[in-house]
Design a protein around this ligand. Structure first.
Ligand code: NAD
Length: 386
């Protein structure tokens, strides 16, 4: 990043704390980092409290702490852990920028509303994650990694025995057998953490490349005897399986699942409802005391039939934990990583001391999801898409 310059851009963050959210999109060290890049920060009082960052910490770092209305009114750009609610959008004025997980793949109406309001929306979900210049901006990677770690801790906490093998005077306790379904960013972190806790770990992913990654962490790859490699999705991501393939996968997973004490699921396909990997019948086959943590649980359903968002339900002695918000449970560090991701996106769009979306780079083109029409002439856009 550049030498310290006089601040010209104001970056604002409001309080997003709720029952399930403790994170904040700005942390004090990032205030300092942004200041070096000609950005001054304004934050709503109490926004960082749940993540253990006080108003004084922000002030000491050089931010202005104020009320919500002032932050919304003064900021040139606002950063969000999630995205601004419709109520918040209604308080913003044309020309302001919002950076967050805007849901551009799934919620066209919301993006239209941003556009109607004349806002410039930067959708982090659209980040071209494989570009090396995008690595430090990748909130999905930083937060999924935190989620995978916390999923392992959550499972260990809910499980009624040790994870490692223990030899005691009163007998030897066998290690827990854990299965991780979906071995992407979250899954790999869950594998590493479960292994460090002493569990014997097996993992499965539909992407052929994941076998080597799983094994390099010392876990066993679960062979379901099925090959879905033909037609793998774009950019190294999983594709959605056909109904027939999904049924085959479910039958195979249900059968194998009965051998495990702990199951963590993290399987997703970008822009789609998460696939069901473990059916109600599979859950029924697990032994009493088994723990299942479904990180993909959502209002649309998760990887495990019967899991519910934010709840722990017990089915036949099996604990089903629907836990999509786990990164919020490591709020201090998760916020710090997330704030760095958001700040790097912001700084990327500052050209000559001003926010600019001249779409000169691959990255801009992918990220700007609303407000584009204001700046780029239609003929130029037409040429661009050819
Ligand atoms: P994600 O959160 O979308 O999905 C999680 C995992 O679920 C993925 O590994 C996916 O293959 C798996 N999955 C989907 N459907 C499944 C099914 N039916 N059965 C079993 N598993 C299923 O993805 P993610 O974790 O963010 O990343 C996925 C891939 O992208 C990884 O290979 C990761 O290394 C790669 N990635 C690369 C970069 C980079 O190059 N910088 C950055 C981010 C991610």
């Amino acid at each position: 990043m550049a030498e310290t310059q006089e601040p010209t851009v104001v970056f604002g963050v409001v309080n997003e704390t709720s029952e399930t959210e403790s994170r904040v999109a700005l942390t004090p060290d990032i205030v300092t980092r942004l200041r070096r890049n000609a950005v001054s920060c304004i934050i709503e009082s109490g926004a960082g409290t749940a993540a253990e960052y006080t108003d004084e910490d922000y002030e000491k770092a050089g931010a202005v702490v104020s009320d919500r209305a002032t932050v919304l009114g003064k900021a040139d750009a606002l950063g969000f852990v999630d995205r601004p609610s419709a109520g918040t959008v209604s308080k913003l004025t044309a020309g302001q920028w919002v950076i967050g997980m805007l849901g551009s793949f799934t919620d066209a109406e919301y993006i239209d509303a941003l556009e109607q309001a004349g806002l410039v929306g930067i959708g982090i979900e659209k980040l071209p994650r494989k570009l090396s210049s995008a690595q430090s901006m990748d909130e999905m990677t930083s937060q999924n990694s935190v989620m995978g770690y916390k999923a392992a801790i959550t499972a260990a906490d809910a499980y009624g025995s040790f994870l490692p093998m223990m030899t005691t005077a009163a007998g030897t306790i066998r290690p827990a057998k854990a299965l991780v379904l979906g071995a992407g960013i979250a899954g790999l972190q869950a594998i590493g953490t479960l292994r460090r806790l002493g569990a014997v770990v097996t993992a499965y992913d539909v992407r052929p490349a994941s076998k080597g990654e799983v094994e390099s962490l010392g876990a066993k790859f679960l062979d379901l005897g099925l090959d879905f490699s033909a037609g793998q999705g774009e950019g190294g991501y999983a594709r959605a399986l056909s109904a027939e393939e999904q049924a085959q996968q479910q039958a195979a997973v249900d059968k194998k699942a009965a051998e495990f004490d702990i199951i963590i699921t993290t399987a997703k396909v970008p822009g789609r409802k998460p696939p069901v990997l473990l059916t109600a019948a599979g859950v029924k086959g697990l032994h009493r005391g088994a723990v299942v943590v479904d990180c993909a649980a959502s209002e649309l359903g998760g990887n495990v039939e019967g899991s519910a968002v934010g709840e722990q339900v017990t089915e036949g002695g099996v604990k089903l934990i629907g836990a999509p918000y786990l990164a919020s449970g490591v709020a201090t560090t998760a916020s710090n990583l997330l704030a760095r991701n958001v700040a790097d996106i912001l700084v990327h769009f500052i050209r000559d001391g001003k926010l600019s979306q001249d779409l000169s780079e691959e990255l801009d083109d992918a990220l700007v999801v609303a407000g584009r029409a204001e700046v780029v002439p239609a003929e130029e856009l037409a040429t661009k898409s050819e």
